[in-house]
Design a protein around this ligand. Structure first.
Ligand code: C2E
Ligand code: MG
Ligand code: MG
Ligand code: MG
Length: 282
């Protein structure tokens, strides 16, 4: 370890560490500028009815067009935005932008938005959502909020209260990345959700040639379906995976097989064409 290696071991890594810290600070500073400028964009990925292939709605996924680095994906900047306290204003921008975009779509289509735990710690979350709904004019029933289990791990009283208020408005709560966290059975009983999204790592294993991996993945899907909420499979890429999901009664699917995340303009165009075809290829 570094400790047993003495100071020398630390010194060896110092320049690299320093560079890393420097890069992070730069990225944080850039993010503040980006929020003021127009460098963030939302892409939208369809989720469809597994049985019919019809589009049920779109998930908003954040993209950052960095002036020098090009496209930066959320896996890289969301954790930084959380640490830097920027996720609350950034998340508010996402909520308002996505609701305004959904207002242009046919009214049966839903909009799913990802929320970070830090947004739940902000007193402003519920009022901001109420206002985003009012100013866009979309019905609360069209809005789905995706949260991971980590949201419940902090400050659960306040989080449960916010979730309750949102559900009373008619907003749906989805448990994202199911199977990757710490879900105990008692957590699933207490957590007030409407939809469960099976993580793509399991969906991927549905087409595994390894019997044990395949069986575990199938069991996760079956378990999710048995909870009696809407089950969505994330990251569906093949016909083979889709066939298993149909067999297991998974209500919704999402993944590159049906469509990649696309800019708002491409979605609008697709909806104008009445593009069920792109999706019904299945
Ligand atoms: P997530 O909510 O689980 O979103 C699904 C991720 O899987 C997205 O990655 C999506 O592009 C990717 N994906 C969808 N279908 C497929 C597929 O068939 N194959 C593969 N390999 N990947 C697929 P993305 O856009 O990079 O987002 C990563 C994560 O960043 C999201 O995971 C979500 O947790 C977070 N995120 C994205 N946008 C926001 C946001 O506006 N706010 C917050 N707080 N988090 C966000
Ligand atoms: Mg999500
Ligand atoms: Mg997910
Ligand atoms: Mg995820």
């Amino acid at each position: 370890s570094a400790k047993s290696g003495g100071r020398g071991a630390f010194r060896f890594f110092e320049p690299e560490l320093d560079q890393l810290m420097h890069a992070r600070r730069n990225l944080e500073r850039d993010m503040r500028d980006a929020l003021a400028g127009r460098e963030f964009e939302l892409h939208y990925q369809p989720f469809v009815n597994t049985a019919t292939g019809e589009i049920r709605g779109f998930e908003a996924l954040l993209r950052w067009h960095h002036p020098r680095r090009g496209l930066v994906l959320p896996g890289e900047f969301i954790p930084l935005a959380e640490e830097a306290g920027l996720i609350v204003p950034l998340g508010e921008w996402v909520l308002r932008t996505a609701c305004a975009e959904a207002a242009k779509w046919p009214a049966h289509l839903r909009i799913a938005i990802n929320l970070s735990p830090a947004q739940f710690r902000s007193k402003e979350l519920v009022p901001v959502i109420v206002d985003a709904l009012a100013s866009s004019g979309i019905s609360p029933h069209r809005l789905e909020l995706e949260v991971t289990e980590t949201v419940i791990m902090h400050d659960s009283e306040a989080v449960f209260a916010a979730l309750g208020q949102l559900r009373e408005l008619g907003v749906r709560i989805a448990l994202d990345d199911f199977g990757t966290g710490y879900s105990s059975l008692s957590f699933l009983q207490r957590f007030p959700f409407d939809k469960i999204k099976v993580d793509r790592s399991f969906v991927n294993e549905l087409s595994s040639t390894r019997a044990d991996a395949h069986h575990l993945a199938r069991a996760v899907v079956r378990f999710a379906v048995s909870l009696g909420k809407t089950t969505t499979a994330e990251g569906v890429e093949t016909k083979e995976q889709l066939d298993v999901l149909r067999e297991e009664g998974c209500v919704e699917t999402q993944g590159y097989y049906f469509g990649r995340p696309m800019p708002a303009s491409a979605i609008a165009k697709m909806l104008r064409r009445g593009d069920k075809a792109a999706v019904c290829a299945a």
